[in-house]
Design a protein around this ligand. Structure first.
Ligand code: UDP
Length: 237
């Protein structure tokens, strides 16, 4: 059961949750649905930070395997996360949720640079703060960005919104009878090499004592339900 005492939470959205069924990178209808889930949780009084990935558009590692220089490819991936951040911002503002985007790579004409104290102020003013560009350096992922921002923003938990409903002992799409963990320790996630978040992100959450809650954000009402301790998820502590 998730503790309902969380006040400030960080939601990590993989880029793929914005994708449409026909492979459109940023599907407006799907993005609007995700925004509604966020708005519902915001309306319940939580302080919300969001970190968006970019894998629906560009992944550095995959591009490097095709011949791109890795660092350049990673910068391209980080720029992809900025596009997703603007899409989520747009969808949230269309339903009346006040937001700010802060990027780890400064681009003043598009959004604010990441400034921690300013981000805290935005939360106090009831805005959702969307963090883009991960940690701002190549060879990292937005999972690490999410863990880092969760730690420095003093978040009570990191919610990883995906298109599966938790962590399984085997890939549920490939292995019949794979079972979902209700809870699991950080060290078990690391030693079993479970593909939840990358190892550095899990270790940072462990060292900062931040629970990771993995849940399906595509299921209507599940985000709010998990926060109430009722939805389906896996909690890493
Ligand atoms: N990336 C990076 N540094 C960061 C965050 C992201 O270099 O701090 C790049 C990396 O190439 C990554 C891409 O941005 O593949 C997209 O991010 P990610 O794969 O984490 O997105 P997600 O899988 O969450 O959609």
């Amino acid at each position: 059961m998730t503790s309902p005492t969380y006040k400030r939470i960080l939601l990590k959205l993989s880029g793929e949750v914005l994708m449409g069924p026909d492979g459109v990178s940023i599907d407006p209808t799907v993005t609007a649905r995700v925004a509604e889930e966020i708005a519902d949780v915001k309306a319940e009084g939580y302080e919300l930070c969001v970190v968006v990935g970019g894998g629906n558009i560009f992944r550095g590692l995959a591009a490097a395997a095709q011949g791109f220089e890795r660092a350049t490819a990673d910068y391209m991936g980080m720029l992809a996360t900025v596009m997703n951040a603007l899409a989520v911002q747009n969808a949230l503002e269309q339903i009346g949720v006040d937001t700010r985007v802060q990027s780890a790579i400064p681009m003043q004409s598009v959004c604010e640079p990441f400034i921690r104290r300013r981000a805290v102020r935005h939360l106090e003013k009831n805005r959702v703060v969307i963090f883009a560009a991960g940690v701002g350096s190549p060879f990292f992922t937005t999972d690490s960005g999410a863990a880092l921002r969760a730690a420095e923003m003093n978040c009570d938990a990191l919610f990883k919104g995906t298109s599966v409903d938790g962590i399984y002992d085997a890939d549920p799409k490939k292995v019949a009878g794979a079972s979902r963990y209700e809870t699991i320790s950080y060290n078990n996630v690391l030693s079993k090499n479970l593909k939840v978040m990358d190892a550095s992100a899990v270790a940072l959450c462990r060292d900062s004592n931040i629970p990771i809650v993995v849940f399906n954000i595509r299921e209507h009402g599940n985000f709010a339900a998990v926060l109430r301790g009722e939805g389906v998820s896996t909690i890493v502590t």
